[in-house]
Design a binder for this molecule. Sequence first.
Ligand SMILES: [Zn+2]
Length: 461
Amino acid sequence: MRNTPHNLVGAMVRRAAIGVCLACGAVVGVGGVLAQAGQPAPQEQRIANVVVFLVDTLRADHLKCYDYFRDTSPNVDAFAAEGVLFERAFAHSSWTRTSVASLFTSLHPASHSCQDEPDSMSDKLVTMAEVFKANGYLTGGFSSNISISEKFNCQQGFDFFHYFEREPFFKANPGRKDPGYVPIEGMIPDTLKWIDAAGDKPFFLYFHCTDPHYQYIPPDEYALWSKNNPFNSYDGEIRYMDAFFGKFISHLRDKGKLDSTLIIFTADHGEEWGDHGGASHGYTLYNEVLHVPLIFRHPKFKPLRRPELVRQIDVLPTLIELCGLKAADATIQGRTLAPLLAGQPDPQPDQQFIQADLLYPAKMEGYSYECDGWKAVYTIRNKPMSQRIRPKENTLEVFYTRQDAAERINIQVIDPARGNALLEVLNNRRAAFAQQLKIEALKGQIDPETLQKLKSLGYAQ
Ligand SMILES: [Zn+2]
């Protein structure tokens, strides 16, 4: 039976009563994951290495393989044609650090608490890189976004972590306009060198490029759509990122590592282009900023498109199962996607829900919850990015996304009972996540240099 808000609440109460699941069924215990691990894969299908390739600010529906009308992504499309593409993958927040913390830990924001601009990831969190490192992998992290750097304790578990400072790149490329971060072409050479230096040792790589984040300044040869229009330039930056993603894949193929490496292509959040009257991200929790690409490629999986709702927190438990990792000290709130990757029916349809937080007082404080085609967005208070948008306070909006994917018709106006039931589920789930585990983020002052880098990305205004 698929869950409606009412039977979800009932299921939560029943589970609490018998003391089974700590987070209302959201938890896949690591022990359970390991117990389900299948027989060793044939040698040619063995996953030796893992790459998580994350593109900042890339909304899924601006990729051709997600049915975009422009040819923004020929290399990602070719990659997707050989992989398993999740059509409905969602982030747990609409800004970088909260979202990436969930990806790294398989924890909801209510549990990892990394929510506001100065928040750093606690040392108590068990991260994806720490899990791989503890299992004998070489671990490398490369980021051009200051939000994902040592400044915010994101290097945990990486043998080698590198945040790309802008100055060396732009000194070496004096003709290039500075978008506020090192563009992807400045990241790829060091990343490939690190992969090559790994030799035959198994590695885990996290790659975080910031294109197509604001400012949108694609090099001329990738500005395929008319200039002086940020929407077009955003698409040009996607095309630019795509070209270097293609080079990255080609290098792995040339080195004979492509088919022994599981590559996951994804994003941390999307970008609004007037969908709800605004722009940018981190101001709302509508799906244009939460719907992200999620594509897995490895020869052991036949090319597929999966329609199920999946989440960032599902990536880590999937890797734990696929790679047979031991992760006894990790608390896992996602579920393994291995059955879906293998083309099987979804054994856990009750896990097809997404709960997102945005507790960023300078922009918005609120939550969202989507399950079974119904989506609730609860705004505690917000400061819209445009004066044309009316601020909200204690406002509940409800959308039937199955028929209103653009979230235009607020059902709450005509069916408040449904909205109130959804809000009750949302609140119960958040409380259950926090009850299972709550690790406070590290709070501190942002130093002036880091503040300047955040401002160049449009944060910390
Ligand atoms: Zn981001």
